[in-house]
Ligand binder design. Structure first.
Ligand code: SF4
Length: 303
């Protein structure tokens, strides 16, 4: 006996624009000259996608293994972007560089380069170990101050330019701007936080308030999926985090206490993984609901 009556899929679930673009670019590369296609590190934090790419002949290469590349090979730069030095290292191998840096990230890199050249001290609000931040810092010669909340800024020079990691919290960006402004220095700010993160979090928050069980689909290493889980868990104590349909526990469709199920997914979760989870849940709809697809809100907006 199965008891689910309604499934609500969050708007803005799954691939963001930059991730979708990077995956599409990678899959569209056609090598007919015997060369291989690599991504510099995992293209995204999702094992299903990484395995899918591998099955298409696209494997990963690490920065330390670039010496293995030949002129016929191609290397895809992932949406996080890289430093100019890394780009040069790949080009020196003779391999083709395919730049799938998200345009929003590329725009931050250019700002940082421009204002560093104009004499501004660059401040990046974000995680100093995140590949996106490491890449951005490279565009100002690795001279940026990287801070999470501005408490560690120290004394600042005459003029500073503040940017943010695209997935940073707005409150952290505002704290850094406030701390820098108090120092009496000239402060130029660019709020470079990407709306994709905010939209995903907002719709996950909304859906998780209305359901008996919330399902977050995402890669185990995906920090944006984990943040979605935290948000949903605050509203709905019955929130589970799964990577794919194979991890959906049987009790979800067997429990009498679950009538309404919410579904969201991180920015690195492909649509096919979401659809497989929905297909399993749909089997759990009560008999009278079967064929009544309108009970499932699949009106998700593409970005
Ligand atoms: S989260 Fe935003 S900045 Fe990052 S890859 Fe996606 S669209 Fe680009």
């Amino acid at each position: 006996m199965q008891y689910i009556k309604k499934i609500i899929v969050a708007d803005h679930a799954g691939f963001c624009f930059g991730v979708k673009r990077a995956v599409d670019i990678s899959l569209n590369i056609k090598k007919q000259d015997g060369g291989s296609v690599y991504t510099l590190g995992p293209l995204i934090h999702n094992d299903d996608v990484v395995n899918f790419l591998k099955a298409q002949g696209i494997s990963q290469i690490s920065i330390d293994d670039l010496c293995r590349l030949g002129e016929k090979d191609a290397v895809v730069i992932r949406s996080h972007g890289v430093t100019p030095e890394t780009l040069k290292r790949i080009k020196r191998t003779g391999a083709q560089v395919i730049d799938a840096t998200c345009p929003y990230v590329a725009s931050i890199q250019l700002k940082v380069k421009k204002y560093h050249a104009k004499g501004y001290q660059i401040i990046i609000v974000g995680d100093k170990n995140h590949p996106e931040v490491i890449g951005i810092n490279g565009w100002c010669g690795n001279t940026a101050i990287v801070t999470r909340d501005g408490t560690d800024l120290g004394s600042l020079p005459d003029k500073v330019c503040i940017v943010a990691q695209t997935t940073e919290k707005l409150s952290n960006f505002e704290k850094v701007v406030e701390a820098a402004s108090k120092s009496g220095t000239e402060v130029l700010t660019f709020n470079t936080i990407c709306s994709a993160t905010k939209e995903r979090q907002g719709s996950a928050d909304e859906v998780s308030k209305k359901v008996d069980l919330m399902i977050v689909i995402g890669g185990k290493n995906s920090s944006n999926s984990k943040k979605l889980y935290d948000i949903c868990r605050t509203n709905c104590t019955s929130t589970i985090f799964i990577e794919n349909a194979g991890e959906l526990p049987d009790w979800v469709t067997e429990s009498k206490d679950i009538e309404t199920v919410g579904v969201t997914a991180g920015a690195s979760t492909p649509d096919w993984v979401i659809q497989e989870v929905l297909a399993r849940l749909e089997k759990g709809l009560e008999a009278e609901q079967k064929g009544s697809i309108s009970t499932i809100d699949v009106d998700r907006k593409d970005e």
